[in-house]
Design a protein around this ligand. Structure first.
Ligand SMILES: Nc1ncnc2c1ncn2[C@@H]1O[C@H](COP(=O)(O)OP(=O)(O)OP(=O)(O)O)[C@@H](O)[C@H]1O
Length: 311
């Protein structure tokens, strides 16, 4: 079943078009990533889904409901963790969850949520005494405390150290395993690639592509390189004639084939048909960073170094 259906969304701020025809669907049980450069319209899109902004035109359906007209019902089913959440310094973890849980008809079991998010030991710790990672986990817990069917998580791991980022990823997978559909907005390609079943690339207020991470990588026109050695004679045309190949170089038995698309399987198949055994066959691995550059023309951001701790 479709969890989210976004159709022809438009939103302008004054003369500036922030979202210029965005459409995608998210199926129940998916982790769906949204990536794109700064100012691409990602937050405006997810805030429109959450009913926090009203689009100028287009439609949004959350589990068949309209986020503006059916605001109360959507609130019960949709959990939102936005870029910056702030809580009073003195509030304790368990108190925050009780307070937020009290806003919902059927809140999640707070004790289970604290276990799931690794916060049980911190239940009586005040917000100001939590580490960055623990604050982040609490903000995810607050997005889930209403027992939502769909959760929107925006910039989940910004500012976390590498271990805390990995822990958060495992956590999101556990959340999905409990049956929650996750819409994940991220600047980080490793995060999007690791977690998402499918990804929308948003650029200049438009959807540049929607696909699985592997699909985006394969579809991007980024150049690939396959290297290998052969000790037998090999006719250059065996490789040069392949549809995805753009260049073939041979230096003393060391071959370098450049191309796009399904280059590796094409080269491997051609060598097998020519009965040539390749040694040290290597492919320069492309990743989502390359796809991001190909679809947006810009380099993605790297994770920031975590804040330095005094002492
Ligand atoms: N309330 C607002 N008033 C005016 N312009 C806005 C407002 N909110 C966003 N914008 C502009 O709309 C565009 C899209 O912003 P949005 O926050 O949706 O992008 P984003 O992809 O989430 O960016 P980032 O990755 O930097 O968070 C940007 O150019 C932004 O400056």
């Amino acid at each position: 079943m479709t969890a989210l259906d976004v159709r022809n969304l438009h939103k302008r701020y004054g003369r500036h078009i922030a979202v210029d025809d965005v459409s995608f669907t998210v199926e129940e049980g998916e982790i769906f990533g949204i990536i794109g450069p700064n100012g691409a319209g990602k937050t405006t899109t997810v805030e429109s889904i959450a009913g926090l902004r009203t689009p100028d035109s287009g439609s949004v359906s959350v589990l068949g409901l309209d986020p503006v007209e059916d605001r109360a019902e959507v609130r019960e089913r949709l959990g939102v963790q936005l870029q910056e959440s702030s809580l009073p310094d003195a509030i304790k973890v368990a108190e925050a969850l009780e307070l937020y849980g009290s806003f919902y008809r059927n809140p999640a079991d707070r004790r289970e949520l604290m276990e799931l998010l690794g916060l049980a030991e911190k239940r009586d710790t005040r917000y100001k005494a939590l580490s960055g990672g623990q604050k982040q986990r609490l903000s995810i817990a607050l997005a889930l405390v209403g027992g939502p069917k769909v959760a929107i998580l925006d910039e989940l791991t910004t500012g976390l150290d590498p271990q805390a980022r990995r822990d958060t990823w495992s956590l999101i997978e556990r959340v999905r395993d409990t049956g929650v559909t996750v819409l994940l907005v991220t600047h980080f390609m490793d995060e999007a690639e690791r977690l998402s079943d499918r990804i929308a690339v948003i650029d200049g207020g438009r959807v540049a592509a929607v696909d699985t991470p592997e699909g985006l990588i394969a579809r991007s026109s980024a150049v690939q390189r396959v290297r290998f050695r052969v000790s037998q004679p090999l006719d250059r045309n065996v490789l040069a004639g392949l549809p995805d190949v753009t260049g073939v170089e041979n230096t003393e038995g060391r071959w370098l084939v450049t191309g796009r698309g399904q280059l590796l399987s094409g080269v491997a198949g051609a060598l097998a048909r020519a009965r040539v055994v390749a040694e040290d066959l290597r492919v320069d691995r492309r990743d989502l960073d390359d796809a991001f550059v190909a679809f947006t023309g810009r380099a993605p951001k790297s994770p920031e170094p975590p804040e330095r701790r005094a002492g």
